[in-house]
Design a protein around this ligand. Structure first.
Ligand SMILES: Nc1nc2c(ncn2[C@@H]2O[C@H](COP(=O)(O)OP(=O)(O)OP(=O)(O)O)[C@@H](O)[C@H]2O)c(=O)[nH]1
Length: 355
């Protein structure tokens, strides 16, 4: 299965929600159009409904071979004139798919440009929407940058349950497979279960996990982990951290102390501060980025649990609002279920467009 198909099948809930909505929007207007070709409801939107187009036929009658192959321009494909009403429905649909109001309005406005008053089919609408989404996502699709500095220190932050442990395990496994040596530090020393879970993932990835007694200072563990990673000549040190946002001041102090301490060994560390976000939290992910950017110098994002959520649209809102790099996406609970972020695949999978 190609990666696109895999992503599409994983993103089913986001896709089907948008896809069904787009189908319904076009079908709705298409039916209206057949019944009332005269501009019955267009009194309040005169600009959007220029006199019923005199020549809609030729285009629909003669779809090219390519058009027929990919289903565009098929004579029976329902079409709807893109007018203010349709645009409004589209805005509502995008907002409902967690794109956020600002982004949904911008995407709709861009999509309308040059298309107002023209008939549009579902495949055309999906392709246009995928194009707009991809345009927003393109600049943020960047893999985790790898520096020559050894060890490269990656601080991993995020609220509890966002998928930090799982993501660290998956990343460690990928780096290991790419020939890098990795050390993990279990920095959430206050939660024995979190440490245990990280050890399990370390075993799976074949990577050592440094732990400290329950309740001990995470900064001191981070310092020891730096020393071990340096002594071992490790390429990467990934430091897990606590995610207690309810004690924001404490957490901020804890993260600041970890950074202070590792900088004693390497002034340029941490080289990356990864924020792990759970896609199923939808718009809440936006406030998490705001908060964590204040308490840590977030350099990039990993979005987890994109499989099985209907809230994939939040990635578009995140990219549009913050422009932080999206390094990878989590599409399942297994060790291989971390994929690079491909903006075009994502955009097409999200709107349910064909490959
Ligand atoms: N479906 C799916 N589940 C995921 C993904 N990433 C993580 N999970 C699951 O989400 C749950 C929480 O993941 P953890 O990695 O333990 O999250 P954490 O942020 O380390 O949470 P704490 O250990 O509570 O600090 C686990 O059940 C994971 O299996 C993903 O991409 N897809």
């Amino acid at each position: 299965m190609s990666f696109f198909n895999k992503l599409k099948s994983r993103l089913t809930r986001s896709s089907s929600k948008l896809e069904e909505g787009l189908d319904a929007i076009v079908a709705e207007g298409g039916a209206e159009e057949a019944v009332a070709a005269a501009p019955a409801a267009s009194a309040e939107t005169p600009a959007a409904a220029p006199t019923p187009e005199p020549t809609p036929e030729p285009e629909a009658k003669k779809p090219g071979l390519l058009g027929r192959l990919i289903g565009r321009g098929a004579p029976d494909a329902p079409r709807r004139v893109l007018d203010d009403e349709m645009l409004e429905s589209l805005e509502e649909l995008l907002i409902a798919s967690d794109m956020g109001v600002d982004t949904a309005l911008r995407v709709s406005a861009n999509l309308a440009e040059g298309r107002m008053g023209r008939k549009i089919s579902v495949p055309e609408l999906k392709a246009a929407l995928a194009g707009e989404v991809a345009r927003i996502m393109e600049p943020v699709a960047k893999p985790l940058p790898i520096y020559p500095k050894k060890p490269q220190v990656v601080l991993v932050v995020g609220v509890n349950g966002s998928g930090k442990t799982t993501t660290i395990g998956k990343l460690a496994s990928q780096f290991k497979a790419a020939g890098k040596s990795v050390v993990i530090a279990a920095g959430d020393t206050f939660r024995a279960a979190a440490v245990e879970q990280l050890k399990v993932w370390g075993d799976r990835a074949g990577v050592p996990v440094l732990t400290a007694p329950e309740g001990s200072d995470p900064a001191s563990l981070a310092f020891d982990a730096m020393a071990k990673a340096e002594a071992d000549g490790a390429d990467l040190l990934m430091i897990d951290t606590a995610g207690r946002l309810q004690n924001r001041a404490d957490l901020m102090e804890e993260l600041a102390k970890i950074v202070r301490v590792i900088r004693k060994r390497d002034e340029s560390a941490p080289h990356n501060t990864l924020l792990v976000l759970d896609a199923t939290t939808g718009q809440n992910a936006l406030s998490q980025v705001e908060i964590f950017s204040k308490i840590a110098d977030v350099s990039g994002l990993v979005m987890t649990k994109l499989d099985g959520t209907a809230k994939g649209g939040v990635l578009v809102a995140l990219a549009d609002k913050f422009g932080l790099p999206i390094h990878a996406i989590g599409v399942g609970e297994q060790i291989d279920d971390l994929a690079p972020f491909d903006p075009e695949d994502f955009a097409r999978a999200l709107v349910g467009a064909e490959e």
